[in-house]
Design a protein around this ligand. Structure first.
Ligand SMILES: [Zn+2]
Length: 355
């Protein structure tokens, strides 16, 4: 590359530009030039900030005052860029700037994609795992809030509620929370568990049952959801965007407020495949440890899935029953060892609920 080039120098003190003859000493990596006032300057390449504006290369040097040199010789600018590149004088940021618009767009897309993925997968995952940080007592508050917000749930069938609670009392449910069963008079084929240990069962799903074993299967499944705080975890997952912002702002009350405002969605939460699997496995164990035949779980789910073709039971949207679930329950019935015998007391209470 040529070693001499004409530049325009601003000394940082006066606004008057001075044309100067620049000497570039490649071996020492230094620019040397003399002003009209016979003052000599020596700028090391490493101490210069380079800025390309259109076809002009601007070299900035020093802090107090800031001195500027402008070079317009296109060939020299190109040669200097190559030289700096070769000699490691261009930092990663400058290199990035030199890559051009397409690469920049690609890079921006990558960053946005990454943020998007975080938002869709990583933040909900973190929110779900952070449930351990939410005090257990808040599960109770949320359960109460749900009932306050859902006065439209339907009429509580007091008699059936009482019998269902007696039915559940006959079972060892491995529950970590005090359980409270409520039967709602409605054709809706659903049952759901709230974080506080409340389990709501509609007469619609009870009416479809043929055997008390099916009711035990349903209870085992719902209790497992309570034991694992599944509804709280799903709620946190669904609201992770808001929770993330509240957490960043250090607003603990905001976190609780967001959860409380969305308590009414607890009823229609759709559990993940992983949670359904967990609830089925634990539900199965609850059923067999009570000496009840787990085939009731399988027959109930099969019937619900069959009825899915006629009318979609809400149970299927909140607890998605897939062929896969029925398959592994049937497999467990075949492979797990358990003993079951008819339980006349449960049978009698079941008949009373069905009346
Ligand atoms: Zn479920």
């Amino acid at each position: 590359m040529k070693e001499k080039v004409i530049g325009v120098f601003y000394d940082g003190v006066s606004s008057v530009p001075q044309e100067v003859a620049l000497n570039f000493e490649a071996e020492k990596c230094v620019f040397i030039f003399e002003t009209t006032h016979n003052k000599t300057y020596s700028w090391e390449l490493a101490s210069i900030i380079f800025n390309e504006k259109g076809s002009v290369l601007q070299l900035q040097h020093g802090n107090d005052p800031i001195q500027i040199l402008k070079i317009e010789d296109v060939q020299f600018i190109d040669d200097l860029t190559v030289f700096r590149n070769k000699n490691g004088h261009i930092g990663w940021y400058q290199k990035l700037l030199n890559l051009g618009i397409k690469i920049h767009l690609g890079f921006a897309l990558f960053i946005f994609g990454f943020i998007g993925l975080c938002y869709v997968y990583f933040i909900p995952w973190v929110a779900e795992k952070s449930v351990v940080l939410i005090p257990d007592v808040y599960d109770d508050t949320l359960g109460n809030t749900f009932f306050e917000q859902n006065t439209f749930l339907g009429t509580v069938d007091a008699k059936k509620t009482k019998v269902l609670n007696l039915f559940a009392k006959e079972l060892k449910l491995k529950n970590k929370k005090k359980l409270k069963f409520t039967v709602i008079d409605s054709d809706i084929m659903n049952a759901f568990a709230l974080p506080d240990g409340s389990i709501v069962v509609y007469t619609g799903i009870i009416d479809s049952m043929k055997d008390y074993e099916e009711l035990v299967g349903l209870i085992g499944h719902e209790v497992a959801h309570v034991n694992h705080r599944h509804s709280m975890k799903m709620l946190c997952r669904n609201l992770s965007g808001y929770l993330f912002i509240s957490t960043i702002l250090g607003d603990a009350n905001g976190v609780m407020a967001v959860l409380g405002e969305n308590a009414n969605t607890l009823q229609s939460l759709s559990f993940s495949r992983e949670f359904e699997y967990e609830a089925d496995i634990e539900g199965f164990k609850i059923v067999t440890s009570n000496g009840v035949n787990p085939k009731g779980m399988s027959t109930l789910f099969k019937r619900l899935q069959k009825e899915n073709n006629i009318v979609i039971p809400e149970f299927l949207s909140s607890h998605p029953v897939t062929a896969d679930r029925i398959r592994y329950i049937d497999k467990m019935i075949k492979t797990e060892s358990f003993q079951s015998k008819e339980n006349s007391k449960l049978q009698r209470l079941f008949q009373q609920i069905k009346e």
